[in-house]
Design a protein. Structure first.
Length: 72
């Protein structure tokens, strides 16, 4: 359940910033396919990947992983 919420939070933060999956992937140094698979819960992001995504979104790691207000 926590993984589902983190994946949803990544998509929410990405869209809030107005990034496409391609833009987020490029900025984070990841593959667009990776972002897509994370957002659709096909793969679980590693801590390192979460750190890259948080940095690319210009938010704190703790903000990205705080899913207390994410509803499924």
């Amino acid at each position: 359940m926590i993984n589902e919420k983190i994946c949803k939070k990544i998509k929410l933060e990405r869209t809030k910033k107005g990034f496409s999956q391609e833009e987020l992937a490029h900025t984070a140094g990841l593959n667009r396919n990776t972002i897509s698979k994370i957002e659709t819960e096909q793969v679980s992001p590693t801590i390192q990947t979460l750190e890259k995504i948080a940095k690319a979104l210009e938010i704190d790691f703790s903000t990205l992983t705080d899913v207390s207000k994410v509803d499924l």
